[in-house]
Design a protein around this ligand. Structure first.
Ligand code: NAD
Length: 498
């Protein structure tokens, strides 16, 4: 039986791609191929870019309030279809449906922030900066922008970008992950249903060919990327070389530091959800617990071991599951390979999730794995695994814990669990990461703040959403005005205050 072909979205409607190159989209819980996604070719890329370019000016000329009303309606429609969207996310990604609802909610919070665009885009005005002269600044949309997103949040990460980009008056080309491409198409369809003109939000599917075209085409003014670090770096360099504004978020290895005075119950709960939620496929997942002191580490590992063995792993659509499958068989095998490597490197595999009864369905399942006695030179510590694997590293002091975090190549999120305000304050001040949690394991900033890491976790200087999002998707213009009553003689020296 031929598999369904996922459409592109442009000119306000679903469109069959011209390309004959395709990639399989799986139903990870059964391991079967559910559909084929076309990998956009030159004809598809041109159709989508031309459509966005034709729509951008008129959309940018609309009043911000007019755009905000459409965004408001879009949010309403997404909520109305929340169950359907959550099922769509789960069916292609594999995360449990309650988690999919959560990511949709966090994404829609960015749209809620963006409906404030009439206020957010306001410029500044200074009366009488010099005699008879006023000055004001204003923000204008860029034109056409590209949003290139990873598989792990098929709704939330696109909405981080679409919210501010569209509200600011840009036309957007979304290039979702080829592993779970359907949610982006549905979001675009609902945007048109909300009253947006055709061409303002388009969806192009594809791989390197489509991404490289978006990073080089002169009609595209800015590129927002989220994905793995090597691709983030490639997108950053290519887009910048072609004169574009670019923000490129990369991978992570988020540490959670446990001080000896931490509440162990709270720490265990925090670690379980943040390490194993969404099967560890979150850029803010905690993948390293840095425990100060052997007594604390022994107590923590013993309690974690019982909890990891008891994780409920199964079909994402079933009630009461903690973890669904991994996104693809290739990704599951990569994670298994890291667990094999950790054993070879000499770490203690306290809980081995490589075999799990849920695998009988043919789905891409792993159980939770827990490593103790991981050291900083091991590959399983240095590299991002992006699966349900938690590594415990033992250190002797809080200062050593901070040093460990700071020397890691990634600097996305980090957390500390302690009862000491001064230790927490010192940690937050010293640690070299973009997002810090104090007794909060996954410190994802809310929509009105901005999301972004440091070091190899982000390239470019504007973070996602919050006021950084508004700045990224607009150009700043500053206007100096005077209406003189008489003609001043030409001045050949630098103008100064009068
Ligand atoms: P990925 O880098 O494989 O893919 C991301 C995007 O890049 C996709 O749209 C994909 O089609 C495209 N792409 C893939 N290979 C390419 C190539 N050779 N040339 C050009 N484009 C290419 O990432 P992924 O596996 O989909 O997502 C997981 C990664 O994303 C993890 O590393 C995770 O930490 C990271 N992530 C980071 C954040 C953050 O905000 N820092 C958020 C979510 C995910």
């Amino acid at each position: 039986m031929s598999q369904p072909r996922i459409p592109l979205f442009f000119a306000g409607a679903r469109q069959d791609a011209h390309s004959t190159r395709t990639s399989p989209v799986y139903h990870p819980a059964s391991g079967t191929v559910a559909a084929q996604v076309p990998l956009g070719d030159a004809t598809d890329i041109e159709a989508v870019i031309a459509d966005a370019a034709a729509a951008a000016t008129a959309w940018g000329e609309r009043s911000p309030l007019d755009r905000a009303r459409i965004m408001f309606k879009w949010r309403e429609l997404c909520l109305l279809h929340a169950d359907e969207l959550a099922r769509l996310i789960s069916s292609e990604h594999g995360k449990v449906t309650s988690d999919a609802r959560g990511e949709l909610q966090r994404g829609l919070e960015v749209v809620e922030f963006a409906v404030g665009i009439p206020h957010l885009m306001k410029g500044e005005f200074s009366d009488q900066v010099s005699r008879g002269i006023d000055m004001h600044s204003l923000r204008q949309p860029l034109g056409v922008v590209a949003a290139i997103t990873p598989f792990n949040f098929p709704a939330m990460v696109p909405l981080w970008m679409l919210g501010p980009a569209l509200a600011c008056g840009n036309a957007v080309i979304l290039k979702p992950s080829e592993r779970d491409p359907s949610t982006g198409v549905r979001l675009a369809e609902l945007f048109v249903e909300a009253g947006a003109p055709p061409g303002v939000l388009n969806v192009l599917h594809g791989d390197a060919e489509a991404v490289n075209a978006l990073c080089t085409d002169p009609r595209i003014q800015a590129v927002s990327f989220v994905g793995s670090t090597p691709i983030a770096q490639h997108v950053y360099e290519t887009s910048a070389k072609h004169g574009k504004r670019v923000q490129a978020m990369g991978g992570a290895k988020n540490h959670l530091v446990v001080l000896p005075d931490a509440d162990l119950d709270m720490t265990v709960e925090g670690l379980m959800g943040s390490a194993y939620g969404s099967a560890g496929e979150r850029c803010m997942a905690i993948s390293v617990a840095v425990v100060v002191g052997d007594a604390t580490a022994d107590a923590l590992v013993a309690r974690l071991a019982d909890r990891v063995k008891a994780l409920r792993v199964g079909d994402s659509a079933a009630e009461g599951m903690d973890m669904g499958p991994l996104v693809t068989g290739v990704h599951r095998d990569k994670i298994k390979g890291y667990i094999d490597l950790g054993v070879q490197e000499g770490a203690t595999l306290v809980v081995d999730g490589r075999m799990h009864p849920a695998q009988a369905s043919g789905g891409f399942f792993l159980g939770g794995s827990l490593f103790d006695h991981v050291t900083k030179d091991m590959t399983i510590y240095r590299e991002e695994i992006f699966g349900p694997v938690l590594c415990v590293v033992r250190v002797e002091s809080a200062a050593e814990a901070i040093d460990l975090c700071n020397k890691h190549q990634y600097g996305n999120g980090v957390a500390i669990f302690t009862r000491s305000g001064s230790a927490a304050r010192e940690f937050a001040h010293q640690v070299q990461c973009g997002m810090v949690g104090i007794n909060v394991p996954i410190p994802v900033p809310l929509a009105m703040y901005s999301f972004g890491g440091w070091k190899a976790s982000a390239f470019g200087d504007h973070n996602q959403h919050g006021m950084d999002g508004v700045r990224f998707y607009t150009k700043l213009k500053t206007v100096t005005t005077r209406w003189p009553q008489s003609v001043d003689a030409a001045s050949f020296s630098m103008p100064v205050l009068r």
